[in-house]
Design a protein around this ligand. Structure first.
Ligand code: SAH
Length: 481
């Protein structure tokens, strides 16, 4: 499905549309969005006229999976118009791809943000909402000149879709917010429930234009009723604990994938051959490690048998050739437990795991990992809480995952890393993963600990503090895990 947005700016070169949208006219950019990929490109970009296109490619299989997770098991989840017609999914993509523009922010051309600019919006296939005159009713009061061309099927006649062209002079943010609300209104998908936060979203996007719209009641009713697809992402996260909320980043690559690449790169750089992934979850990093023959011995450890079962299934262990299977072992254990199976490896990875521990149990983990397992390299990643303001769906002060016990800012992580390294004879190096923000840093913090004092298995005497548990304490903690 496609949306094009054209303008001729009088006071500025038309290509300034790129500044308003925060998307460079000379670049094709792609973003992972719910159930597909959104591409932004400019079919025309010169001083007179500039057209930006948002092309949304829906993956019907992903979509069916989303729908089934939210309880819809009908055939309609497989056979439907979603991939072809502008709908709630396009609204979701708009919200993600043009978020800054929707919020009416543009530091490069602030004077253009509030200015009404000549706009032409085109949507090649829009559901007519069940009543052909509805489009006129919805858009005309907002100042749009509405042009519709019914799409007819040669055999079936009218099919309920139109090609829609809107012309008007409005501030860009207002136009985008109107689409964000009205596309789901036109969309006639079935719905099951509506979350409270959708009301907030409607009020935020609706602003002044909705309060004065003669059909504000119909719009609100339909928007909220059809908001199911917007809610699906929340549902998906509930159904799939491995998926995580995504920060707003210009690059479309999911943060988890960027994290795995960064960890692999660091592991390769250390020359590690045998690696323990502590808190391996469903085993995505294990898969990457298996794919690289440099890693000859791979151990995945998790406290959750459910996670290990998922890892086993996703890795297709029983289908792996014997030689591959020999390289990998899965083990149920707690990372606060001094487990001798974890000793004698080159590297231990703790990727997004420490924040799942009670802060009081961190010393037990440090003892087990740095003191007892004692690999040449320990890699730790954890959220950078400063970056949380860039998460569009995260409430202020909320953690990225309900199971997190803490989330540290950069100073807290650096302080912890420094203390642990000193106590156990490691040198820490701090880095980050994901898009860097000058003020907030990276979304993910990364620390690489390199062992500097080989043999030691106990903390340096005199530097250990009273919270340092004895080995038996660590064991008894595990019994309760
Ligand atoms: N490393 C994976 C999973 C992170 S989620 C990734 O980055 O995708 C955190 C994982 O740590 C979960 O799988 C959870 O079961 C595990 N975990 C939490 N507490 C643990 C503990 N005490 N010992 C071992 N694993 C633990």
């Amino acid at each position: 499905m496609l949306l094009t947005l054209s303008t001729t700016l009088n006071s500025h070169p038309a290509t300034d549309l790129g500044f308003l949208l925060h998307k460079h006219p000379e670049r094709l950019q792609s973003f992972e969005v719910m159930a597909g990929t959104a591409h932004v490109f400019y079919p025309r970009a010169d001083a007179e006229e500039c057209t930006a296109a948002l092309l949304l490619e829906i993956n019907p299989v992903d979509l069916a999976r989303h729908a089934r997770r939210s309880g819809d098991r009908s055939l309609g989840t497989y056979v439907n118009d979603r991939p072809y017609v502008a709908s709630s999914l396009l609204a979701v993509a708009l919200g993600k791809v043009f978020r800054t523009a929707l919020n009416g922010r543009c530091d490069a051309r602030p004077e253009l943000v509030r200015q009404a600019i000549p706009l032409r919006l085109q949507l090649p296939a829009v559901p007519d909402g069940g009543a052909p005159e509805l489009l006129e009713r919805l858009f005309a009061p907002l100042g749009w000149h509405v042009e519709t061309r019914p799409l007819a099927d040669p055999e079936w006649g009218r099919v309920g879709y139109v090609e829609l062209t809107l012309r008007g002079e409005l501030p860009l943010a207002e136009a985008l917010n109107q689409l964000y609300v009205l596309l789901p209104v036109l969309d006639d998908t079935k719905h099951y429930w509506v979350a409270e936060e959708e009301v907030d979203k409607l009020l935020r996007a609706g602003g002044d234009w909705l309060t004065s719209h003669p059909d504000r009641e119909l719009i609100s009713r339909r928007y909220l009723a059809h908001a199911r697809t917007l809610v699906t992402s929340a549902l998906t996260r509930l159904a799939d604990p491995d998926s995580e909320p995504e920060p707003h980043q210009e690059s479309g690559r999911p943060l988890a994938a960027q994290r795995r690449s960064a960890v692999l790169e660091r592991l390769r750089a250390t020359g590690a051959r045998s690696v323990v992934d502590l808190g391996c979850g469903d085993g995505r990093l294990l898969r990457d490690l298996l794919d690289d023959a440099a890693f000859t011995k791979i151990v995945g450890v998790d406290v959750s048998t459910g996670a290990l079962a998922a890892a086993e299934r996703k890795l297709g262990l029983e289908r792996l050739p014997e030689r591959q299977r020999q390289r990998l072992r899965l083990r149920q254990s707690a990372l606060t437990y001094t487990d001798s199976a974890l000793s004698g490896h080159d590297a231990v990875v703790l990727m997004e795991v420490i924040e799942h521990l009670d802060p009081a149990r961190l010393p037990a983990m440090e003892h087990a990992v740095f003191g007892h397992a004692r690999p040449a390299t320990v890699l730790v990643t954890t959220p950078n809480t400063e970056y949380n303001v860039r998460y569009p769906n995260l409430a202020v002060g909320a953690y990225r995952h309900p199971d997190h016990r803490f989330e540290w800012d950069r100073a807290q992580f650096a302080a912890w890393a420094g203390r642990a390294a000193e106590r156990f004879g490691y040198a820490p190096e701090l880095d980050g993963v994901g898009e860097h923000d000058a003020e907030l840093g990276h979304p993910t913090q990364l620390a690489v600990f390199t062992r500097t004092e080989p043999g030691r298995t106990e903390p340096v005497r005199g530097r250990s503090n009273s919270t340092e548990p004895s080995r038996s304490d660590a064991n008894s903690e595990d019994a309760r895990a």
